[in-house]
Design a protein around this ligand. Structure first.
Ligand SMILES: [Fe+2]
Length: 392
């Protein structure tokens, strides 16, 4: 079968030859075609599945390819057949696994750390071959009663990075957390080449909380405390890793999710299906925005994409879980699934949030986190002090 070649923006020129090898029908009555894809400098065998019904043919096909490179199954790639008359005429390979003309594969691994005190999940995402890495949402342990910070959580992360000889390019925050102090600066001290990044809308959060905390006029609200401000759709390169930022506001206006390969790190936008979503009652939070973020962005990702959540509260005493899929969330998220209406979600989320107490570490966390994880400048005695508003 001869295919028209098309330039594929992030990968390579699609091969001109797409040769059928075999066809079989699986137990779900789905036709599975195996093709041999001939590239100019290599050969890849693709096992493509496509429903062969009239609707699918007129709509164009979505097919999955399992790629084997040099006899080795390496990963999955998403391919789209854009048009189908008698035969498909155009193919492109979706981004995510096969990286370039040399058929390098982006094989990111994920190491998870769980801070039981704040139910927070920290991730190290890394490439086992290149040792390129990023860290998402690290924790700086803070004991409120003694007002003492400790580096236990950050040390665990740092040890993993050092033992794996990983090169940390970025330390990314999904948002300015209200329940734990960010460990980004602790880790940056250890890995000074790493850039601390957050969604560019952190400036909105800084403006709101500058007033809440009565911070000095000199406190910048343009995000300059962070090394890098990420914009919607921006793709960061961290060596062989690519991180795409999706703005997913609602829990806060500055929330971002990070898509890496076929995984998405959702922060507090989306939790495990049996827990639901993040609260939306912080200043400038919005249940309607969260609905749009989840429904219109996260749920538009392919169903097989893995979801890594920002917290797990272990509902009903179940063991800690941190990983789901878009398909699983769409089918089973108890607060916002694929069929939940905007109106229902906003009503539910608003009512639920009214019943929630403020997070235990809200005031210390936000104050430090809007400053990119820096402590307030030390007083003459060398000690840093937080500002705690007294409400009457
Ligand atoms: Fe949060």
């Amino acid at each position: 079968m001869r295919m028209a070649a098309q330039r594929c923006p992030n990968l390579f020129v699609v091969p001109p030859l797409w040769t059928p090898v075999s066809t079989s029908i699986n137990s779900h009555n789905i036709a599975q075609h195996t093709y041999r894809l001939a590239f100019s400098d290599s050969q890849i065998i693709g096992a493509a599945r496509a429903p062969l019904n009239a609707a699918a043919r007129t709509m164009g096909w979505n097919i999955m390819c399992e790629f084997h490179v040099e006899e080795k199954v390496v990963n999955y790639g998403l391919a789209h057949l854009y048009k189908s008359d008698e035969r498909p005429i155009l193919i492109s390979i979706g981004r995510g696994t096969v990286m370039d003309q040399r058929s390098q594969i982006m094989k990111q691994s994920v190491k998870v750390f769980f801070d039981q005190a704040t139910w927070t999940l920290t991730y190290v995402v890394y490439d086992e071959d290149s040792r390129d890495a990023i860290i998402i949402d690290p924790v700086w342990d803070y004991d409120q009663a003694s007002s003492r910070l400790s580096n236990i959580s950050a040390k665990d992360v740092a040890e993993f990075v050092k033992e794996g000889n990983l090169r940390v390019h970025y330390i990314l925050e999904t948002h300015a957390h209200a329940d734990h102090v960010s460990g980004s600066q602790v880790l940056k001290e250890l890995f000074p080449q790493a850039l601390v990044g957050i969604g560019a809308n952190i400036t909105l959060v800084q403006k709101v909380f500058k007033d809440v905390f009565g911070l000095d006029a000199s406190f910048p609200t343009d995000g300059r405390q962070f090394d890098i401000l990420l914009s919607e759709g921006q793709v960061l390169k961290a060596g062989t890793l690519e991180i795409k930022t999706l703005f997913t506001p609602g829990h806060t206006p500055a929330c971002a999710s990070y898509v890496i390969g076929e995984s998405v790190f959702t922060g507090d936008a989306l939790f495990m299906p049996d827990y639901g979503t993040g609260r939306c009652d912080f200043p400038a939070g919005s249940a309607a925005d969260l609905y749009d973020s989840v429904h219109e962005k996260l749920y538009k990702l392919p169903d097989h994409y893995q979801v890594f959540v920002g917290h797990d509260y272990q509902p009903n005493g179940r063991k800690m879980l941190y990983q789901s899929t878009i398909g699983h969330e769409k089918a089973q998220n108890i607060q916002l699934n694929a069929t939940t209406t905007r109106e229902d979600f906003v009503q539910f989320r608003t009512n639920r949030d009214r019943s929630l107490a403020a997070p235990r570490l809200l005031l210390p966390s936000v104050q430090v986190n809007i400053d990119a994880g820096h402590l307030p400048e030390a007083a003459k005695n060398g000690t840093s002090y937080l500002r705690i508003p007294l409400r009457r």
